[in-house]
Ligand binder design. Structure first.
Ligand code: MSP
Length: 520
């Protein structure tokens, strides 16, 4: 069914850390998906924000001798800056310390409580502050250093024994399994779906959803000795940002909920694919359509994190390589969903081969010929290029499954074909032989193909593709950003005759050698 709207969310980022390229990767993938759906003609909502409560954030503030609110204000701003650095296009930025969020969490709690989904008990077990997660004993192990850690994440765990409220997660096992079965694309990619399935099949225990004695969180309604467990608090952000439960914003809620896609890293898939749908079903609210668990970007073989000391800062990389080459590289290099290695050498090699030589050269060669041989007047194609419809269909198919890298690969292979077409047609020979009609036809076809590539790659490289559209004389380039004001459907009609600006190179070549790069 064709949908008129598309709602996608990034996870909300913990403010215990300044943003690194792993965070940027999650946001970038969401930005790409959002821009794609805008181009497909949908009204899109892209939500991002910061996760500001919990023991981990409080600890980080205390370690710096800062008041938690002042601390979170400061770090949250770094994540807003990340949006600019990466040129992402969110429609809303939510902070869990905002009033709208607190009200939504408390109302959500009351709904669960009034449906007898929350009860009082005592929690005793392991807790990892770094993951803000409870673990069963068999999910932990004692390392060579004598410290007990969560096996999956390596985060240190501590023993907790305290009064707590519990959510009746155990009652939701069958309903969850049915949800996964009836909606095979609820969890993607399929390998991660299987992991979640076997986790749920293994049996679910009730989940502790409050912490006693912590002062940095949202108070439990009618029992302010407890704060709401930070994951229940955080997950409700997706709902809160639609305006729920404010009756004055009912229309916005109805329009935007349920969300179409929660994009998350694989480390937090369980919270989104098990706990969150169970919470929603228990609260009798609709469940999000899809959760995608992407892989990690690895630097020197390890997930990037402050504790690993191997973080790459987005702003440094943007300064070094340029924003669009970085965006392109991250999407094209790593099969989306799997873990991937990134390195200076592969970035430079790929960007030079595919952007400078592949796309850049095709644009430069064809536009220069229009300038020199046709006085800068673009020739008009008789019809849309034959590659338009099949390439749009193939790329859209990949985007249905969030196979972002395959989308990029499809376009790249057509850029190769367009370069070969140009070489085979040898328009320079046609020009020499005075075959004006044939020359115009080859150039018109090439410009229309370039236009197609500019649209398809726009979600990955918005700035460069807009520049290419300017060079091609496409009026889409004059439309304001981020409003879906130009769409793929425009590609069905070739551009009319127009005067083109002087051609300019699209991508600078990147430097091969780099002494500073560590070869570890
Ligand atoms: N606050 C929670 C999410 C709550 S959503 C209701 C959280 N925050 S986080 O800041 O730790 O992580 C946010 C996202 O960044 C996650 O999707 C995580 O997978 C992603 N990444 C963090 N490091 C990463 C890499 N090295 N590579 C790719 N993504 C990584 O979890």
């Amino acid at each position: 069914m064709a949908q008129a709207r598309y709602h996608i969310t990034t996870p909300i980022y913990y403010v215990n850390d300044t943003p690194h390229i792993g965070h940027a990767y999650t946001s970038l993938s969401c930005d790409l998906v959002a821009r794609w759906h805008r181009l497909a003609g949908k009204e899109v909502r892209l939500l991002t924000g910061t996760d500001e409560h919990g023991q981990k954030v409080r600890k980080a503030a205390v370690a710096l001798g800062e008041d938690p609110q002042a601390f979170t204000d400061r770090i949250s701003d770094n994540f807003r800056a990340l949006v600019e650095t990466m040129h992402c296009s969110p429609d809303d930025f939510i902070r869990t310390t905002e009033l709208r969020h607190r009200q939504a969490v408390q109302e959500f709690w009351r709904r669960l409580r009034s449906r007898n989904q929350i009860y009082e008990g005592v929690y005793s077990g392991w807790y990892a502050v770094r993951d803000e997660a409870f673990y069963e004993e068999d999910e932990t192990e004692v390392g060579a250093d004598g410290i007990r850690k969560a096996r999956a994440s390596g985060a240190e765990v501590e023993w907790l024994e305290e009064p707590s409220y519990f959510f009746r997660l155990s009652e939701w096992q069958d309903r969850l399994l049915r949800l996964y079965e009836e909606n095979p694309s609820f969890i993607l990619p399929p390998t991660r779906r299987n992991e979640v399935l076997s986790f749920v099949r293994g049996g679910l225990r009730d989940l502790s959803v409050s912490r006693k004695g912590l002062d940095w969180g949202i108070p439990v309604p009618d029992d302010s000795a407890h704060v709401v467990y930070v994951w229940l608090d955080a997950l409700v952000n997706y709902l809160a940002a639609t305006g729920w439960p404010d009756s004055a914003q009912q229309e916005s809620y109805e329009k935007w909920w349920p969300a179409d896609l929660h994009m998350v890293g694989k480390d937090i898939l369980r919270f989104h694919a098990v706990y969150w749908p169970a919470f929603l079903m228990a609260a009798e609210l609709p469940v999000t359509h899809q959760v995608f668990g992407h892989g990690w970007l690895l630097n020197r073989g390890r997930k990037m994190s402050k504790s690993e000391g191997n973080v790459l800062r987005p702003a440094d990389l943007v300064e070094r390589y340029g924003l669009d080459p970085l965006r392109y590289y991250l999407i094209r290099e790593v099969p989306f969903g799997q873990d991937g290695y990134i390195s200076h050498d592969s970035l430079v090699t790929r960007c030079n081969a595919e952007l400078s030589n592949g796309l850049g050269n095709l644009a430069q060669r064809s536009l220069t010929m229009v300038a020199k041989n046709l006085g800068g007047t673009a020739p008009v194609a008789e019809a849309a290029s034959e590659i338009v419809a099949p390439l749009l269909a193939r790329t859209a198919g990949h985007m249905e499954e969030q196979a972002l890298h395959l989308m990029a690969e499809e376009v790249w292979s057509e850029i190769g074909a367009a370069n070969r077409f140009f070489d085979e047609q040898a328009p320079w020979t046609l020009a020499k032989e005075g075959k004006q009609a044939e020359l115009a036809a080859v150039l018109a076809e090439t410009l229309e193909r370039l236009r197609l590539f500019a649209y398809l790659l726009y979600p990955i490289m918005p700035t460069s593709c807009r520049r290419l559209l300017v060079l091609l004389g496409d009026p889409a380039a004059d439309t304001p950003e981020g409003e879906g004001s130009f769409t793929f459907s425009a590609l069905e009609t070739p551009l009319p005759s127009r005067q083109l600006p002087a051609p300019k190179p699209l991508f600078a070549r990147l430097e091969e050698e780099d002494e500073a790069e560590s070869k570890e």
